[in-house]
Design a protein around this ligand. Structure first.
Ligand code: FMN
Length: 281
């Protein structure tokens, strides 16, 4: 699928065919995409755990749910959890990743990179972030959770969450490319930690729910955003980036800009879906 079409077709899918398994090869393709996401400061933050709904016990399923995610967790057969290992920052402080990239001609003298720069500046910069005194709990306190959360540098946590966000977007677009529906969905973080068994040093996030579309591919149309001109500027804040109509037309033709929500039949579709899947309407 062309990139523009994948971007245009992606939207949060909240109805999945619960009975239709996702082929393992498609899951792997999504993981391979995540694996190739950019690395924040060349730190290997990324960790991924694939969870299959039908391998969870009823108690585990119940524990994961929040009031508005029950239906989608019940319907999506696969959850991809993308997490960040905070210890990766400590490892990166040794400078091994930077040196690898120097050797490979990725980071070069032309841009100010050298062994001396790695030694004297880059690794110290990373160490400064890791040791920063402005510290916050690694995870939010969760009712019933054991022990005090680990305190980490606020900036390091921000970088870890940036890495997660980028990886999530790779996963979503790869899922669309594989012909699947996907959605980021909140879950109970405390329950996820218990079920997945990841270490305290991993930063949790909203998993990518994965499955075949239970709703139509368009899912009622592209979802609303604020007017483009309110958020995109040129030269300075307050001077909107001029949106050339010919470019808009080209992107419509390529499928990046699609018909906006709601389609006239959307509410009937939602009612029909609720009946089909035994959900309240
Ligand atoms: C980190 C993150 C977490 C999200 N969690 C939820 C969620 O728990 N439940 C939900 O219905 N949508 C969730 N969403 C999806 C957003 O609501 C959705 O992206 C937004 O409404 C825009 O719609 P679109 O994705 O269809 O363009 C989440 C999105 C992000 C980026």
């Amino acid at each position: 699928m062309e990139t523009k079409l994948a971007i245009g077709t992606r939207r949060s899918i909240r109805f999945f065919d619960p009975w239709r398994e996702v082929e393992r090869e498609k899951i792997q393709a999504i993981l391979e995409a995540i694996y190739r996401a950019p690395r924040v400061l060349d730190v290997d933050f990324m960790r991924v755990v694939v969870v299959y709904r039908d391998r969870l016990s009823p108690d585990e399923m119940q524990a994961l749910k929040t009031p508005t995610t029950t239906a989608q967790l019940d319907m999506a057969p696969v959850y991809i959890f993308i997490l960040a290992e905070m210890k990766a920052l400590d490892e990166a402080c040794a400078g091994g990743n930077f040196r690898d990239l120097l050797r490979l001609g990725v980071l070069n003298g032309s841009h100010g990179w050298s062994e001396e720069f790695v030694q004297a500046t880059a690794t110290r910069y990373l160490r400064g972030i890791a040791d920063d005194e402005d510290r916050v709990p690694l995870r939010l306190p969760v009712a019933g959770s054991d022990g005090e959360p680990q305190m980490v540098s606020r900036e390091a946590l921000r970088l870890a969450r940036t890495a997660i966000g980028i990886a999530q977007e790779y996963a979503l677009l790869a899922a669309v490319d594989e012909g699947l529906g996907a959605q980021l969905s909140g879950v109970s973080v405390g329950a996820a930690r218990g079920i997945l068994g990841f270490p305290d040093s991993w930063v949790p996030s909203s998993p990518v729910l994965l499955g075949y579309h239970g709703e139509s591919l368009e899912a009622g149309g592209q979802r609303p955003r604020e007017p483009f001109e309110e958020d995109f500027f040129e030269l300075r804040y307050g001077h909107p980036f001029y949106r050339e109509p010919a470019v808009v037309d080209r992107l419509k033709a390529a499928g990046m800009i699609q018909a906006p929500a709601p389609f006239p039949w959307r509410m009937a579709e939602v009612q029909g879906l609720a009946r089909k899947f035994g959900l309240p309407d």
